[in-house]
Design a binder for this molecule. Structure first.
Ligand SMILES: Cc1ncc(C[n+]2csc(CCOP(=O)(O)OP(=O)(O)O)c2C)c(N)n1
Ligand SMILES: [Mg+2]
Length: 367
């Protein structure tokens, strides 16, 4: 793994050719086990966060990606420290993939000062600059525009790092989605657009979002390769992403990867998701990516039930320690909300601001 600061720079002659990622070659056992490890960890963390919410242990909201772990993990595993993730509101667990400690993640859930953004943003909006995780914008698809800007910077700096930008199928109805793909295509930027098609955007079904069956065809309008994969098949997502990352590092431009998947719960914790049928939910739960990967590992002789128990115990312990750390962490002071937002002089003025009394002019009165 390359450490930050020692990132290779592409010579004027172009990138050093390296063998392309062979999408047909079987993955090695350690890679397969890591894919499983991270899916189980993401699931365990998110289910714990949901339980904490229902227990009233933190205020705010949470947008769980439970059910979508194959996409979350397959698309973001094995990124280098200098690579950037541009997440959406639903990709909090990609912090795990980039190496943010669980203690800091839970401090964020509890909105405490020790969180990566010092408790400034709501749960859905957590970036972490030291690990190159962009703060998800509230505006849908805005993270793609920011990620595209980062990719342009990397190209101009002649760096080999890439950006992985994630968004839902609902984001394709936003201008920023199209502007980002168009600009990335024209400039051949090192960015991989992961489109998580989980069939719903709040209560709007995918077929009311677009008349196409596979959203990946939209890439054709921008002259970039597009592909659709089973977003509940972690091996398929990982292979498609690794191939695209390799192309991007070789300066061969962006890729759009649509991952068809499903979110098990409502849009957020306050959404009972009454707009969908029980049958639909059961259909997708039967396609749970985690037991599917257990079967895959079992068929190859890489599985032991005891391993899952060990992992579960390890994750539970780490989570409990993280919660304890987070609950002991102080809240930020109210005036800290102004830090890094306004220039110093404006910040000072805001801190001593007096209540504003509107002056209503009367006829003949000068103000
Ligand atoms: C421009 C804009 N419109 C509406 C919203 C409110 N909103 C937040 S998330 C969301 C649904 C997004 O759906 P999708 O892109 O499919 O992502 P998912 O939530 O399914 O992961 C909506 C409508 C917003 N944040 N920004
Ligand atoms: Mg969606």
């Amino acid at each position: 793994m390359t450490t930050a600061g020692t990132e290779p720079v592409i010579s004027a002659a172009g990138p050093t050719p390296s063998p392309a990622f062979d999408i047909h070659a079987p993955l090695e056992e350690p890679t397969l086990r890591r894919l499983y490890y991270y899916m189980l960890k993401c699931r365990t963390v998110e289910e714990r966060i949901r339980r904490l919410y229902r227990q009233g242990r933190f205020s705010g909201n949470y947008f769980a990606a439970v059910g979508q772990e194959a996409t979350e993990v397959g698309a973001t595993m094995d990124l280098l420290p200098e690579d950037t993730i541009a997440p959406s509101h639903r990709n909090f667990v990609t912090h795990i993939m980039k190496g943010t400690p669980l203690k800091l993640m839970f401090a964020h859930v509890f909105l405490r000062k020790d969180s990566p953004d010092q408790g400034r943003c709501a749960q859905a909006h957590c970036g972490y600059a030291p690990l190159n995780i962009i703060t998800p914008a509230s505006t849908i698809a805005a993270q793609l525009a920011i990620g595209t800007g980062v990719a342009l910077a990397r190209k101009m700096q002649r760096k080999t790092s890439v950006v992985v930008a994630l968004s839902g199928e609902g984001s394709t109805s936003l201008g920023l989605w199209h502007e980002s793909l168009n600009f990335a295509g024209v400039q051949r930027l090192p960015i991989i657009f992961i489109l998580e098609n989980n069939l719903w955007a709040e209560s709007v079904p995918a077929q009311l979002q677009s008349a196409v069956e596979d959203f990946s065809v939209k890439s054709q309008a921008y002259g970039i390769p597009g592909t659709t994969v089973d977003g509940n098949d972690v091996v398929a997502v990982y292979k498609a992403t690794q191939e695209a990352i390799h192309r991007a590092r070789q300066r061969n431009g962006p890729t759009l990867i649509e991952c068809k998947t499903y979110r098990w719960y409502g849009h957020s914790e306050i959404d009972p998701a009454k707009y969908r049928t029980v049958e639909e939910l059961e259909y997708w739960k039967a396609r749970d990516p985690i037991p599917a990967m257990e079967r895959y590992l079992h068929e190859r002789g890489f599985w032991a039930d005891s391993w899952k128990q060990e992992l579960q115990a390890e994750f539970d312990k780490e989570i409990e320690e993280a919660i304890e750390f987070a609950e002991k962490s102080p809240y930020p002071e109210p005036e800290e909300a102004l830090d890094h937002v306004f220039s110093f002089s404006i910040r000072e003025r805001e801190l001593v601001r007096k209540t504003w009394e509107p002056q209503i002019p009367r006829r003949g009165q000068e103000i």
